[in-house]
Design a protein around this ligand. Structure first.
Ligand code: ADP
Ligand code: MG
Length: 619
């Protein structure tokens, strides 16, 4: 297994190249590098401006995109066209987020299915991957502008609790932005690296990372042994953060000045003005005892003591999460060696004190808390670049390994640059009723369509007992041993039928082949992702048509005549859109058909159909 550094811009192989570290945050995102001369991590920023880019995207009527501070100005004035918190949607289905649907002021498509969420702005549909890629593109452009050199490689951080799908979505967003994502690392791990923990390989420590950002709170308990980080537990609240501190101050002012919710709803500039001043007040109170300003004809004031009383319940809630994290990790407070503070909201003195009191230890807060994750990502990037000789580079997989799924798509199980030995597994299901076998095709490479990747092996899992489509559960496991041999096992869990093969992914593959495959994936990223989006939309459309037909054949008699006619029309329109191969059109017709069928489908919810519509199908 080889580690290869190539310059994507020039195509040349090279030893050391600048790789950036990116903190792709829910509220703010930023880029850091290791300074080539001082060898110290630094965040990138233009003169006199902040390193933080608000993770906000605005689309105007003609589809022009702005990201960051400029987009933030539209949050209240054009809420349907201004996307914030897209990170919350990464790798999620509508079912995953429906309990918090009110949180989003823009349109999140409600198909009520297991398929991945989409956001609709005007006539355009965006996946969370598209949205995050806009933020990453902005960060890449900024970095290139500041460094005056192409930036093509990155390490991106994600929360420790992100699952496989969320990590893959983050990788895809990077790819779409023209970045070769060398590794996805956990935010708490990055923060610990920024404080130098885990750099010395003899270091053995148990670390609590307390991360209070704009809209989310995470606490992670990590253990480092021999320079390797292990996440013992994570806990937190994905809807608790500094925004709630702002809201508390805003509510306090509204109560004092008799401003009603009704007034706020009708007067966007009033609500925007109050919210911004509440945030100003909060930040000011991190260094001062009281805040005072005038806005319109209002006198707005709040003292630090008042603020602390307002947020005490929120702080208590985070400590409760800390307790849970300790319990889940099976460690006591005394066993925690270090506490690392992360996230802009940990600048609030009351937060720091509460955390320090809880763990009965001083906290680490000397590194800027909203930059610490990006700085750690830069350190990790430098290690991957081979610049930091203190780190031993473990063997890694040079190319991603995955399976062919519906429509000839590549479904990556083991991403490239994974340390070996490693393993990964995923469940699939059948598409046809009574399907007795399933073809398992194993591919290697970075492209979205398997036809552009390298086929390693193929076999049929046979003797699957006859079951309705969607019912069989076929688990495919990839295991790469320390010698780089890949073992692929497919097992139907209900019946236990199973089959295994072994392949040597590196056999017959030269360094220049690997290099070419990587280059191709970056140069074709845009079209690849567009094809993938089209194939996914088409698959969803076809499955919906089949499911609707099936549903109608069973229940036509209980559905009203006009409903049947509307359904037939919507099905025809979807069929037509499918033949036209237009992703946005297909998605809008899927929407339309769902709108029509939802009322009666809810009346007659049929479990078998529900089950058939769920889950991925291989062929
Ligand atoms: P995320 O990781 O969610 O993207 P950040 O770590 O950038 O978020 O934290 C953003 C939050 O930090 C915002 O709510 C912001 O108001 C808050 N914040 C930033 N500076 C301060 C400060 N000086 N005092 C209190 N809160 C602050
Ligand atoms: Mg963060």
């Amino acid at each position: 297994m080889a580690k290869i550094a190539i310059n994507i811009a020039t195509g040349s192989l090279q030893q050391a190249e600048m790789i950036v570290g990116i903190d792709l945050g829910t509220t703010n995102s930023l880029v850091a590098i290791i300074h080539p001369e001082t060898k110290q991590p630094i965040v990138l920023k233009e003169h006199n401006s902040s390193s933080l880019v608000p993770s906000v995207i605005h689309f105007d009527e003609s589809g022009n995109v702005t990201v960051g501070d400029e987009a933030k100005a539209y949050l209240e004035t054009e809420p349907q066209q201004t996307i914030f918190s897209s990170k919350r949607l990464m790798g999620k289905s509508y079912n995953d987020i429906k309990n918090n649907a009110d949180f989003f002021t823009y349109k999140v498509i409600d198909d009520d299915t297991e398929s991945l969420v989409k956001v609709q702005v005007g006539q355009q549909f965006y996946s969370p991957i598209d949205l995050s890629s806009h933020i990453l593109t902005e960060l890449k452009n900024r970095a290139e502008h500041i460094l005056k050199t192409p930036v093509t490689k990155a390490v991106i951080t994600v929360p420790a609790y992100f699952n496989d799908a969320q990590r893959q979505a983050t990788r895809d967003a990077g790819k779409l932005a023209g970045l070769d994502v060398l590794r996805i690392i956990n935010e708490p791990t990055a923060a610990s690296l920024a404080y130098g923990f885990g750099v010395d390989t003899n270091d053995e420590k148990t670390i609590a990372v307390y991360d209070l950002g704009g809209g989310t709170f995470d606490v992670s308990i990590l253990k480092i042994v021999n320079g390797i980080f292990e996440v013992l537990s994570t806990n937190g609240n994905t809807y608790l953060g500094g925004d709630d501190f702002d809201k508390a101050i805003m509510q306090f002012w509204m109560d004092e000045l008799n401003i009603t919710n009704e007034q706020l709803r009708n007067d966007k500039s009033l609500s925007q003005g109050l919210r911004l001043r509440a945030e100003d007040a909060k930040k000011y109170l991190s260094n001062h005892e009281s805040f005072e300003t005038t806005f319109l004809h209002y006198n707005l004031s709040v003292s630090r003591t008042q603020f602390e009383t307002l947020i005490q319940p929120l702080i208590d809630a985070t400590l409760h999460n800390c307790n849970n994290a300790l319990n889940d990790a099976g460690v006591t407070k005394n066993e925690i060696d270090v506490i690392v503070m992360v996230g802009g909201s940990t600048r609030v003195p009351a937060v720091k004190n509460a955390v320090s009191n809880f763990f009965e230890k001083p906290v680490n807060d000397t590194v800027n808390p909203d930059e610490v994750v990006a700085l750690g990502a830069a350190i990790q990037a430098d290690i991957l670049a081979g610049n930091n000789k203190d780190f031993l580079l473990l063997d890694i997989t040079p190319l991603s390994l995955g399976l062919e799924t519906m429509g000839g798509l590549m479904d990556v199980l083991i991403p490239r640059n994974s340390k070996i030995p490693t393993k990964a597994g995923r469940q699939y299901t059948t598409q046809k009723d009574g399907q007795g076998s399933m073809r398992i095709s194993v591919f290697q490479g970075e492209r979205d369509l398997v036809k552009d990747n390298r086929k390693l092996a193929e076999f049929n899992l046979t003797n699957i007992p006859g079951m309705p489509a969607g019912l069989p559960k076929v688990e495919v496991n990839f295991l790469i041993n320390a010698d780089g041999i890949l073992m692929v096992t497919a097992k139907e869990l209900r019946s236990g039928v199973q089959q295994t093969i072994e392949v040597k992914p590196q056999y017959g593959l030269s360094d220049s082949d690997v290099e070419k495959m990587l280059m191709d994936s970056i140069t074709h990223a845009k079209e690849d992702i567009a094809v993938r989006a089209l194939v996914e939309a088409s698959t969803e459309g076809e499955q919906l048509l089949a499911a609707t037909e099936n549903f109608l054949s069973k229940h036509a008699s209980s559905i009203q005549q006009d409903e049947l006619m509307d359904t037939a029309q919507a099905m025809q329109a979807l069929q037509l859109a499918l033949t036209m191969a237009d992703k946005n059109l297909i998605q809008s017709k899927i929407e339309a058909l769902n709108e029509i069928s939802r009322p009666y489908a809810e009346r007659l919810m049929d479990e078998a159909v529900g089950a058939a519509m769920k889950g991925k199908t291989i062929e």
